[in-house]
Design a protein around this ligand. Structure first.
Ligand code: CA
Length: 512
């Protein structure tokens, strides 16, 4: 019996365990637990630990992830072809009973160097964001952004970057529809992300439905300064060049203010870390997400904030989260977000099973139930102190559920709007995901990916699977990396390479 032929079990009651070996394990291999593998099982995939009869529960993370479609023998490969997916928890039957035993033990003494804003929030970067009220002006915004980078930015050494916050909204939409609230508040709150330093600059057209004034805080800090809004249709402009000149002049005003900012010592309580995963595999829930969850607990203990999101990846595990809400109102808000999303999916004649991708399945995640159980590990164990609707801005400290679709760029966009200053992104299959305004720390769930993508992945959580490192040790290491990135001491791979995704709004409302 070779000690190398081990499987990874997520919880004691499990009757399946995962092959951690790169390249998988061949049929006939004698496993450390005495079971002989009946067939080839790829890396990340599940093996039955006992004989299962038709209809038997398949248990992972101590929860039912499926039912055997036909007899499955110990040593067989368990995947979406031989298991049926369980029904989701009945939202109306869940009794919301918060069971917070004790307050998390405070953690003090951890700091980073951040840019403190007038509203108390703290930026990890110092970026000029140019937002827009409508897609019509995207060309001007891009033109001006390029020109600022070339001609102005070198004169303002304390400003990291200038970013065009282009989007596809603003006109041709049912602006009064209830669901329009989501994209509108998202656009407004993105411009107020702490990494933009409270300097909101808007380029509008003039005739659009989304009024640019709606994107500016109601009480701007400097009323005596120039208007933060430039309208292309302003009759004062004779031709395109004058519009460009006007935007450059406005940019100088904001760059001068941003350039005066300096990093100062802030405590870990000023972190707002957005957690999400994408391109997940069966290791995500064993390595990367629990490591992120451990770091999340440290941030919450230090008084900071952690956002977790992705409704379809929480839906099947929501009954495990409601007992962790701080009160019944927060628990009800969590259920309400799940209900809203059920209806949204039903309207599109889909359900949560539409979430899993071919890559997820190839990586060993058989269905959304298994994916969800692994996904919520990134929320750690802390109490859930608040629930935000899509595009809402953070209003409390602690662990917060920010409702978003699971789609990587949509979730990231909504977490930018919620106010994250650092993003932590777990991946098993691999994605080059990055954002221009918020540093994205990419965590690899398996060492095969982390070493093959050595210049794209920032942190390898795969060593948990090989037993080289513990979740606790890597959780602390990730926490320290988050602080270093928030300080600007470490640059994430996506920023080194300039790999940045577009902002993608969540617009559940109608177009006209
Ligand atoms: Ca995602």
């Amino acid at each position: 019996m070779g000690k190398d032929n081990f499987l990874i079990k997520a919880a004691d009651p499990d009757n399946v365990a995962v092959v951690p070996h790169a390249g998988g394990l061949q049929a006939g291999v004698l496993l450390d637990n005495g079971i002989t593998l009946l067939e080839f099982v790829p890396m990340g995939h599940k093996v039955a630990l006992t004989d299962l009869a038709e209809g038997d529960r398949i248990i992972r993370y101590g929860q039912t992830i499926g039912y055997a479609l036909h007899p499955i023998y110990a040593g067989a490969w368990v995947n979406e072809l031989n298991m049926a997916m369980p029904a989701p928890p009945d939202l109306d039957a869940i009794r919301i009973e918060p069971q917070i035993a004790s307050k998390p033990k405070p953690l003090t003494g951890y700091t980073f160097q951040g840019y403190r804003n007038p509203d108390g929030s703290v930026g990890a970067k110092n970026v000029l964001g140019i937002t827009t009220s409508v897609q019509c002006v995207a060309g001007l915004t891009q033109y001006v952004t390029r020109k600022i980078k070339e001609e102005l930015l070198p004169q303002y050494p304390n400003v990291d970057d200038v970013v065009a916050l282009n989007h596809t909204y603003g006109c041709g939409v049912a602006i009064e529809a209830p669901a329009a609230m989501i994209p509108i508040r998202t656009i407004r709150n993105i411009a107020q992300n702490p990494n933009f330093g409270g300097e909101v600059m808007v380029i509008g057209l003039g005739c659009e439905k989304l009024r640019p004034e709606k994107l500016v805080p109601s009480a701007p800090e400097d009323r005596e300064g120039p208007s933060p809004i430039l309208y292309m249709q302003d009759p004062a402009f004779q031709g395109f060049q004058e519009m460009v000149d006007g935007a450059m002049e406005l940019a100088v005003h904001h760059l001068e203010k941003l350039n005066r900012r300096r990093r100062e010592t802030c405590t870990a309580a000023d972190l707002v870390v957005g957690m999400q995963c994408g391109g997940s595999d069966a290791f995500s829930g064993l390595t990367a997400n629990p490591v992120a969850g451990f770091a999340a607990d440290l941030i919450v203990r230090a008084g900071g904030s952690v956002l977790f999101s992705e409704v379809t990846e929480v839906r099947d595990a929501v009954h495990l989260l409601t007992p962790r809400t701080t009160d019944v109102a927060v628990g009800q808000a969590l259920i309400d977000e799940m209900k809203w999303y059920d209806q949204y999916l039903a309207w599109g004649q889909a359900d949560r099973s539409a979430n899993t991708t071919p890559g997820n399945k190839k990586g060993g995640l058989s269905n959304i139930v298994e994916k969800a159980l692994g996904s919520i590990a990134k929320s750690g164990t802390s109490p859930i102190s608040d629930v935000l609707g899509p595009g809402e801005k953070i209003r409390k400290k602690g662990l917060i559920f920010a409702a978003t679709p699971a789609s990587d760029f949509v979730c990231g966009t909504l977490q930018v709007a919620a106010g994250m200053n650092v993003h932590v992104f777990m991946t098993g299959r691999g994605t080059p995901y990055g954002l221009s305004m918020v540093p994205v720390i990419k965590v690899g769930s398996n060492s095969t990916l982390s070493s093959r993508w050595f210049d794209l992945i920032d942190f390898d959580a795969g060593q948990v699977a090989t037993g080289e490192k513990t979740i606790e040790a890597l959780g602390w290491a990730l926490f320290h990396l988050i602080l270093a990135v928030a300080s600007g001491e470490k640059t994430v791979a996506a920023d080194k390479l300039g790999l940045h995704n577009d902002l993608v709004l969540f617009n559940p409302g109608p177009l006209t």
